[in-house]
Design a binder for this molecule. Structure first.
Ligand SMILES: Nc1ncnc2c1ncn2[C@@H]1O[C@H](COP(=O)(O)OP(=O)(O)OP(=O)(O)O)[C@@H](O)[C@H]1O
Length: 790
């Protein structure tokens, strides 16, 4: 684990032989989409992942970010040398998606604040969270980052530029996100992308994955986003992004680079060595041509791409053989070459590579004391002297014993460029990082690495050092007191308890999903309310629909007569009202679910809140509105049509309709949750509602025996029967057979109202179904989410 002098822990991600298989939806056959991809993502450096369309970039990024089902994936991913624990890793990383999933009716600050409230630890005060939001918003504008390492970086980070000020996220912090699709003007595309980034950055992730962060943005804005990512990497973050067609300004920001072609690695290593690597393979980048454009055109040919993949594999194997040869496999000694061999051999390259990762092999003279030699080489090497603020030196000392040569060979297969920290970094840190920052010279740090290694050699006795990897990481800071992580024996890997990472990445206490449900519900409810008030179209359109339908139905049945026709009209009016209450809320619920689904899925994946909190907050906010809407509908329709002017009957009518409306809303949501697209939800919903309406007891009095079960589960039956029982009780109407006599109205509808339950039993069942449906909705949401089908 690497710590910068400001105390930030860095995370190195090493992956080895990653393979991924998926099932082809058309042929049903298993299809491999990634083939043995290995590499490292180092803190403090911007890692760019490129490749043609379908090369597997997103798949690889998803695997690295734990965003994919591990069932289809083979290979190892290590975090600072420890086996990755997905849950822990997710806590300290973030994934910035291509699409900006934000609430259009919230302001930039509100979006970021909601994320901060939900994701930062409960123990942080609200004020501290607000300050954090300001800091992040400011950071995303203030691109004054990197201390100099990157002379080749062309952007001007000083930021005197007025245009940049105009794009300030702080200046638009109180502007609505907006959505052109619904005619709501808001912030620009670049500002949206940075707001998305900000919502993730509030939790201070150590690793940032960004899937095509520049897609859909013009070159100026794209450059801005990449500057922001580079700035983040300078804060000792591990930044990995996939990218399409970067312009030359953007490519000049790359530090580590991986090029994929058809699921295979064509190149992985420092960006500055990529051009030479291609040139070495006979593909010299023409002058004035953007290297990435050239690389992409080169790998377009399947033959050339396979040739390059093979050449890169060979390079890695060569590196492995080189180490084995120096080890001599069975040789008891280690050979040490004088000095460091850079990947780019000539002086010019070495100078140009100042700011990139330096990877070197060092072999030791026979009989030399290994750790001391390491220290000597490091402190006297010209190359090291030339290395300025940032860089990593990795050294492999080969194995002396047969048993270890095997491990070494396996280790080295990843190549010099992609060398992982598979050794006991934690143990080494314990030894090294107790050196106060700022007081430790580089040479001192190296000596301590050496001493530590020596000690371990001593402990190990006759066997000696079998595999030593030393990494010296000098953070990009002007005073650059060397911060060193070192490694000892591979056997010591047991020391790298994964709990160490989890402690540093955040304890369970820090997990916002562990916040009490009332807290999550509170924040989510506030957001829904705000969304409604800011974009009242949906709410208003529903109210208008209810008002219109209530007047329409009221006028349609205006003043029921007190005869058999009047009784029939009452039944038909109740059924019609139920039909309105059936369709309107369910369609509204289904469509709004699909609008928000992407954001909800992302937030659930990030464990910002639980499914229970989501459902509960939705119910808490919608319930009062549903009651009011229902009251409006019932009040207008009830008195226009001429139902009995009796307070208790009115109240029963309203409560039953409200229960019914809540149920319909749940049915709509349930249909939306189990279907992928809004069109499918609409089809399913229409079918379900029509079937339920048919068996409500109004259209069909004699239910065929094979459909009785539908009649039993149709919640319309209970609502319709209960309301009718209430309305017809105590109502005397003209006897259809004798106009001079009055009869109980209920006797005229006995066939359709006789479902064997009393009025209160009907309402009881309705309420029970309502509760059951809420639970079903909750369960369906949880299951779909867990199955990754949301
Ligand atoms: N679930 C899946 N089922 C079938 N094929 C899949 C699945 N996921 C990915 N693929 C296929 O795997 C390949 C790699 O997909 P991936 O999305 O990783 O590519 P990419 O490099 O990110 O492409 P692009 O730049 O176009 O987004 C593609 O051919 C894609 O069609």
């Amino acid at each position: 684990m690497c710590k910068s002098t400001d105390g930030t822990v860095g995370v190195q991600l090493d992956f080895k032989n990653l393979e991924c298989r998926v099932r082809d939806r058309v042929t049903g056959q298993s299809k491999q989409i990634l083939f043995g991809i290995s590499g490292s993502c180092v803190p403090g450096r911007l890692f760019a992942l490129m490749g043609g369309s379908g090369a597997g970039k997103t798949t690889l990024l998803n695997i690295l970010a734990c965003n994919t089902s591990s069932a289809n994936v083979c290979g190892d991913v290590a975090v600072n040398g420890c086996k990755r624990i997905d849950r822990e890793f997710s806590k300290s990383s973030c994934y910035v998606m291509q699409a900006d999933l934000l609430y259009p009716s919230a302001t930039v600050r509100e979006c970021v604040l909601t994320s901060a409230l939900l994701r930062l630890p409960m123990r942080m005060s609200r004020q501290a969270k607000i300050l954090k939001v300001d800091e992040v918003l400011k950071d995303l504008l203030d691109l004054s980052p990197p201390p100099p390492p990157a002379k080749r970086l062309v952007f001007d980070p000083v930021g005197n530029d007025k245009e940049k000020e105009e794009e300030d996220l702080l200046s638009c912090a109180n502007t609505l996100i907006g959505d052109d699709g619904i005619g709501m003007k808001g912030i620009s595309g670049g500002q949206k992308r940075r707001t998305s980034l900000a919502t993730d950055l509030v939790k201070d992730p150590l690793v940032i994955f960004a899937d095509e962060p520049t897609s859909g943005l013009d070159s100026e804005v794209a450059l801005n986003i990449m500057e922001a990512l580079l700035m983040l990497s300078r804060k000792n973050r591990t930044v990995v992004c996939t990218i399409h067609q970067p312009n030359s300004d953007i490519t000049s920001m790359f530090e580590d680079f991986m090029l994929l072609s058809r699921g295979r690695c064509v190149y992985h290593g420092p960006w500055l060595s990529a051009v030479d690597w291609f040139a070495g393979q006979g593909f010299r980048t023409p002058n004035y041509k953007n290297p990435t454009d050239y690389f992409m055109s080169v790998i377009r040919s399947e033959d050339v791409s396979s040739q390059l993949v093979q050449a890169f594999k060979d390079l890695q194997l060569q590196a492995c053989c080189c180490n084995n040869a120096s080890a001599g496999g069975l040789q008891p000694e280690i050979n040490l070459l004088d000095g460091l061999n850079y990947l780019g051999n000539d002086d010019q390259e070495a100078t140009a590579a100042h700011d990139s990762i330096k990877v070197a092999t060092v072999d030791e003279d026979a009989g030399a004391s290994c750790p001391a030699a390491v220290a000597d080489v490091l402190s006297t090497s010209d190359a090291l002297q030339r290395m300025p603020a940032a860089g990593v030196v990795s050294i492999i000392l080969a194995s002396q014993s047969t048993s270890e040569s095997c491990a070494l060979s396996q280790h080295s297969r990843e190549g010099l460029i992609t060398m992982p920290h598979t050794t006991a970094i934690v143990e080494a840190q314990r030894c090294l990082l107790n050196v106060p920052a700022g007081s430790q010279s580089l040479h001192g740090a190296q000596s301590r690495v050496a001493c530590r290694s020596k000690q371990q050699q001593g402990n190990k006795g006759a066997t000696g050092l079998d595999l030593l990897q030393v990494s010296i990481i000098m953070p990009a800071l002007a005073d650059a007191s060397a911060l060193t992580s070192a490694a000892a024996h591979q056997k010591d890997s047991s020391l790298m308890s994964s709990s160490r990472f989890s402690v540093e990445a955040g304890s369970d206490d820090d997990d916002a999903s562990s916040a009490p449900i009332w807290y999550q519900v509170n924040i989510l409810s506030a957001r829904i309310l705000l969304n409604w008030f800011r974009s009242p179209v949906m709410l208003a359109s529903e109210i208008v629909q209810y008002l219109f339908m209530s007047i329409f139905i009221g006028l349609m049945y205006f003043r029921f007569t007190d005869d058999s026709n009047g009784v029939y009209n009452r039944a038909s009016c109740v059924w019609f009202s139920l039909a309105v209450m059936c369709f309107t809320p369910s369609y509204t619920a289904a469509t709004s679910w699909h609008v928000e689904k992407g954001l909800i899925r992302k937030e659930l994946q990030q464990r910002q809140y639980s499914v229970l909190a989501l459902c509960f907050s939705r119910s808490v906010v919608t319930l009062p509105f549903q009651l009011l809407q229902c009251l409006l509908f019932v009040a207008v329709m009830y008195f226009l049509a001429g139902f009995q002017a009796d307070a208790s009957k009115f109240f029963i009518f309203w409560v039953a309709m409200s229960l019914f409306q809540i149920l319909s809303d749940s049915v709509g949501l349930l249909c939306a949750i189990v279907t992928k697209q809004v069109q499918y939800s609409t089809i399913l919903l229409t079918f379900v509602l029509l079937v339920l309406l048919s068996f409500s007891g109004f259209l069909l009095t004699q239910v065929p025996v094979y459909f009785v079960w539908i009649n039993k589960i149709s919640y319309l039956t209970y609502a319709y029967t209960g309301i009718m029982q209430s309305q017809l009780s105590d109502l005397m109407v003209q006897d259809p057979n004798n106009s001079t006599q009055l009869v109980q109205a209920s006797t005229l509808m006995s066939a359709s109202l006789n479902n064997g339950l009393s009025m209160s039993a009907n309402f009881g069942v309705l309420a029970a179904i309502c509760v059951g449906m809420e639970l079903m909705k909750l369960g369906a949401l949880q299951v779909m989410f867990m199955l990754g089908m949301l």
